[in-house]
Design a protein. Structure first.
Length: 128
């Protein structure tokens, strides 16, 4: 018996199982299918959420709630200020004016501090 060969096979199977997202895709399809009964849909949602990372799970849960809310209103609701599109936008750092101001303030601070940092480096070497 070649133990190295068996170990390689087992490692390959393990990585294939870890990278397999077919359960996630199946649960997502059941969750999004309009013809699925309520119990199956809820079980599929929970299975789908269990396959996601912590932050992606939170986003998908909020996105599903948002989709349910907007599906209850007529097309005229797209004119509303609360309508942000067919799905919730994902959050990112530069989402508000405050975030952009903080970024520019950080750039300004380092632009002002750079000559002092370089002078210290020239006189004393690396930060010690």
């Amino acid at each position: 018996m070649d133990l190295d060969y068996i170990e390689q096979k087992l490692n390959k199977l393990k990585s294939d199982i870890q990278n397999d997202d077919s359960i996630k895709k199946i649960a997502e399809n059941i969750k999004n299918n309009k013809d699925t009964d309520i119990i199956s849909k809820e079980e599929a949602k929970q299975e789908y959420y269990s396959q996601l990372s912590k932050y992606e799970k939170k986003y998908q849960q909020e996105n599903d709630k948002y989709k349910e809310i907007i599906s209850q209103f007529p097309e005229a609701s797209e004119m509303s200020d609360l309508y942000v599109g067919p799905e919730l936008p994902r959050e990112h750092y530069l989402q508000s004016k405050k975030d952009i101001r903080e970024l520019y303030a950080m750039f300004a601070f380092y632009a002002i501090a750079e000559p002092y940092i370089n002078a210290y480096h020239d006189n004393f070497g690396y930060f010690s």
